[in-house]
Ligand binder design. Structure first.
Ligand SMILES: Cc1cc2nc3c(=O)[nH]c(=O)nc-3n(C[C@H](O)[C@H](O)[C@H](O)COP(=O)(O)OP(=O)(O)OC[C@H]3O[C@@H](n4cnc5c(N)ncnc54)[C@H](O)[C@@H]3O)c2cc1C
Length: 429
């Protein structure tokens, strides 16, 4: 049986590898339109910042490794332009046809707009990063505008400040990180101000070329790569990404999809959501690959858990913000505390923790953790609580570890959970 995978990064290669592990007899081909496979796009901002010396350091596995160790055929520079599902055939840009029995579509997403002005850059692929690096090295720009206050925009603020540029950030709405969260936004904006970054909220940049800066980075807006599969009849969700079942199967029988090109169920709302992230791509890829190889694995959904470093500040969130919870029909109650990540004598740093629950049921809906130290561990606990559909009282009863070099005696998550219980009228200190 022939399995064809379209897309040679996180989702596609996870799918191909998982399928191979399950079925040694499959004939597996990965078609990738670019020349590089298996590199971590998440590392690209750190290449610009200077923490990653060369792009090749971001490569996880080489094509040779897949061919030799996993018996997976890798075809780079092979762009798929059409899928003829009734014939089980893929058409490449060259006109060549490739047959499949099962197909995994893992074509990712792309920036919505591309620009021709040599001062204006996208930042999505290794090629974009290479071009930007060359521009920075050769032309030594002094000022930069970043359009879009999502996590990629904020990572690039950090990278370009580290390279000594004067940076201005333009955001079309009044909030950062697409959570409609004024509290989180204020904390991040304060750090940006401290790092001498000018933030322009409610400023939609229709034409980046109109900005006077030496360098303009357009990071706003992604579009899922779904066109060929949509033309073949696969259903598209409200977000514009592919609809898939919890088995990662599209509405075309035998065609699976995973990663940035797909919607998936949100574990808090139980509705489809499109939150393209690397962790999701890897996990969905594994499920899509397993099922394409004949298993019946299930992808359990996402909470949109993420963390980003903004000029040294860890900014982490999971589940719904207060505004998102309200828009989804919940009645959210929010507790916010500031605590220390460790005791004072171990140089504990301020940690801002927000926890949100539904007022009727007490079920946890989401949270955020912001601080220079300790944000990751706490957000992962909240994410685990969401996955377990915990109520506030369940979190307040967790037995957390304590020793001064790592944590304060009163764990910030317990303080915020106690506060939330109090606000919900379920218990008092
Ligand atoms: C700068 C940056 C930083 C990021 N940081 C983080 C982070 O810190 N944490 C996190 O969780 N996520 C992060 N992400 C997101 C993460 O990289 C993506 O979610 C992940 O790469 C998605 O994997 P994917 O395989 O679905 O898609 P992609 O990585 O986009 O891969 C899809 C592949 O399909 C190929 N392709 C597309 N169309 C075709 C076609 N027609 N024919 C053949 N091949 C095709 C593309 O060339 C591409 O190589 C970051 C992304 C960027 C750009």
């Amino acid at each position: 049986m022939g399995l064809v995978v379209v897309g040679g990064q996180a989702a596609g290669l996870s799918a191909a590898s998982r399928a191979r592990r399950i079925d040694q007899s499959l004939d597996i081909t990965v078609l990738e339109k670019g020349s590089r496979i298996s590199y971590g796009a998440c590392g690209l901002p750190y290449f610009i910042e200077g923490q990653v010396r060369k792009l090749d350091d971001l490569t996880v596995y080489t094509p040779d490794f897949f061919e030799r160790d996993r018996n997976i055929r890798i075809r780079a520079n092979a762009e798929v332009v059409a899928v003829e599902h009734p014939k089980r055939e893929i058409v490449l840009q060259t006109g060549e046809r490739v047959r499949y029995d099962r197909l995994v579509w893992a074509a990712g997403a792309r920036p919505k707009l591309r620009f021709t002005d040599p001062r204006v850059f996208d930042f999505h692929t290794a090629i974009d990063a290479e071009r930007l690096q060359r521009f920075l090295d050769e032309l030594r720009p002094k000022t930069a505008a970043i359009v879009g206050g999502s996590y990629i925009g904020l990572e690039m603020v950090t990278a370009l400040r580290a390279r000594g540029l004067k940076v201005e950030l333009f955001e079309a709405t009044d909030s950062l990180l697409q959570r409609h969260d004024s509290h989180l936004t204020a904390l991040v904006a304060k750090r940006l101000e401290r790092c001498c970054v000018m933030v322009r909220f409610n400023t939609r940049v229709a034409d980046p070329s109109s900005l006077p800066h030496d360098l303009i980075l357009a990071t706003a807006g992604l579009a899922p790569n779904v066109e060929a599969l949509a033309a073949a009849g696969a259903e598209i969700g409200r977000s514009g990404a592919l609809r898939v079942s919890d088995r990662c199967e599209t509405t075309l029988h035998g065609v699976y999809a995973a990663g940035d090109c797909c919607e998936t169920d949100h574990i808090v709302t139980n509705r489809p959501a499109w939150i393209p992230l690397g962790t999701t791509a890897n996990k969905m890829g594994r499920v899509a690959g397993a099922n394409a190889a004949g298993r019946r694995d299930r992808f359990q959904g996402i909470a949109g858990t993420s963390i980003v470093r903004v000029c040294g500040l860890g900014v982490a969130s999971t589940g719904l913000s207060e505004a998102q919870a309200r828009a989804e029909g919940f009645h959210p109650v929010v507790a916010r505390i500031e605590a220390k990540s460790k005791p004072k004598y171990f140089l504990g740093r301020p940690l801002h923790v927000e926890l949100i629950a539904d007022s009727g049921s007490g079920r946890l809906l989401g949270g955020s953790v912001v601080g220079d130290d300790g944000a990751l561990a706490r957000i992962d606990v909240i994410a685990t609580a969401l996955a377990a559909r915990m109520k506030v009282e369940d979190l307040a009863a967790v037995d957390f570890a304590y020793t001064p070099p790592f944590a304060p005696v009163m764990e910030p998550l317990l303080i915020v959970a106690q506060q939330l219980l109090k606000d919900l009228g379920r218990s008092a200190w």
